[in-house]
Structure formats: structure tokens, C-alpha cells
Design a protein. Structure first.
Lengths: 115, 110
């Protein structure tokens, strides 16, 4: 069975440009999470989808970030316009059920560099 | 204060050594805790969950002390393949959202 896949694995863009990251969760997983790790800091939660609905977007840094999950399958995270501080590794995770003790499976991440 | 705090290390130990990592958390209502392992430039993977009385999985033992808001991970008989970053993680009580510590780096040397 395929795991969580993310695309692209790396992206280098200039400040002010737009980038769209994609995440394909494990098939059948209704819960999809985005996380980010900036250099020197811990991995931080961005948002949580249950199917196509945003359950919790409390971690989104600002309105330059837009996440979608149309149809409740794959998700995209768009950054527009990108700033230098957006550089980091963006992880997507999915889980089958929703709860405190549920195992989350992570994708390999997208390494974003804004120059 | 961070919600989950870890000593970042690095911990450099010889093969066969026993090593312990500690983690403290600030939310006394927290219910669930995990240790994740992350290899260099890879994704985090669940190593083990930590329950109220602690638990053991082979060479790995996780302990939880709710009174002190403290979690530990003990690795016995360290292997070269144990070299990685170990992430202490708190689970949200309701949503499955995870709150990560900064991670502790372990390097096991021959």
C-alpha cells in the first residue's frame, strides 16, 4: 500500500513568487494534516482536514497560506506571495480516525527554499 | 515556554550503551504522548506511544510521570542503526493534532 506522498520533494523559488505543494494521503484516510519545520525550530502544526472540511486551521501563519482539499482526497498548500521566512520543510500526514491516540503517517516532506 | 521541551543533544554514545532522553510538557491536561523517530532528511515515524504506566518494546522503554509532567525514552544496547533524531510528541486531546518537541539527536558510534 502506498504511503503518504508529497510533491515536489524540493522547491526553490524567489521571494514574491507562488508555490503550490501537494499531498496525497493514504487511501481511505479522512484526516489530513499539514505541518512545517523551519530551520532550528520544532515541527509545528498548520492545519487539519477531515475529508474536505477544515477542522482546525489555527496553525496557519497568515493569509498568504491557502490550503484546499477538494473532494476530500489530495490536498494542496499554496503560498502566495512567498517570503524568505517561509523556507522550511512542509510535512503532510494522514490518519484513518480522529483522536488523541491515533497514529499519523507522514510523507517525506517538501523542502521549500525561498531566495 | 514551549509546550514540549527536549534537550537537543547531540548524544554521542558507543554501541551497546544505554541512553536516556527526557522531555517535559506544559499542558497538565495532556492525555497522549508519543516518541517519533526521524532519520536525516526523512519523515517522522512513530516509534512508540507512551501510556500512563509507561511501556516497553524490545530495547526501548518509555515512561510517563504525570505528576512531574515528564516523559522519558530509554534505549538499551544501542545499535548503529539507532542513530537518528528522537521527537517527543504530545497528542491533542480531541483532534489528533500533534505538538512536537525540538528533538534529541542520537549518534551511536562503533
Amino acid at each position: 500500500e502506498a504511503g503518504v506522498t508529497q510533491f515536489p520533494s524540493h522547491s526553490v523559488i524567489e521571494k514574491g513568487q507562488t508555490v503550490t505543494l501537494r499531498c496525497d494521503p493514504i487511501s481511505g484516510h479522512d484526516n489530513l494534516y499539514w505541518y512545517r519545520r523551519v530551520m532550528g525550530k520544532e515541527i509545528k502544526f498548520l492545519l487539519h482536514f477531515v475529508k474536505e472540511s477544515k477542522q482546525d486551521e489555527s496553525g496557519m501563519p497568515n493569509n498568504r497560506f491557502l490550503a484546499e482539499r477538494t473532494g476530500g482526497t489530495y490536498s494542496t498548500l499554496k503560498v502566495q506571495p512567498a517570503e524568505l521566512e517561509d523556507s522550511g520543510v512542509y510535512f503532510c500526514a494522514s490518519s484513518q480516525v480522529w483522536g488523541a491516540n491515533t497514529e499519523a503517517f507522514f510523507g517525506q516532506g517538501t523542502r521549500l527554499t525561498v531566495v | 515556554r514551549k509546550e514540549v521541551e527536549q534537550d537537543p543533544g547531540p548524544f554521542n554514545v558507543p554501541e551497546g550503551a544505554t541512553v536516556a532522553f527526557n522531555c517535559t510538557y506544559s499542558n497538565s491536561a495532556s492525555q497522549s504522548f508519543f516518541w517519533y523517530r526521524q532519520d536525516c532528511r526523512k519523515e517522522p515515524k512513530l516509534l512508540m506511544s507512551v501510556y500512563s504506566s509507561g511501556n516497553e518494546d524490545g530495547r526501548f522503554t518509555a515512561q510517563l510521570n504525570r505528576a512531574s509532567q515528564y516523559i522519558s525514552l530509554l534505549i538499551r544496547d544501542s545499535k548503529l542503526s539507532d542513530s537518528a533524531t528522537y521527537l517527543c510528541v504530545r497528542g491533542s486531546s480531541n483532534t489528533g493534532k500533534l505538538i512536537f518537541g525540538q528533538g534529541t539527536t542520537l549518534q551511536v558510534k562503533p
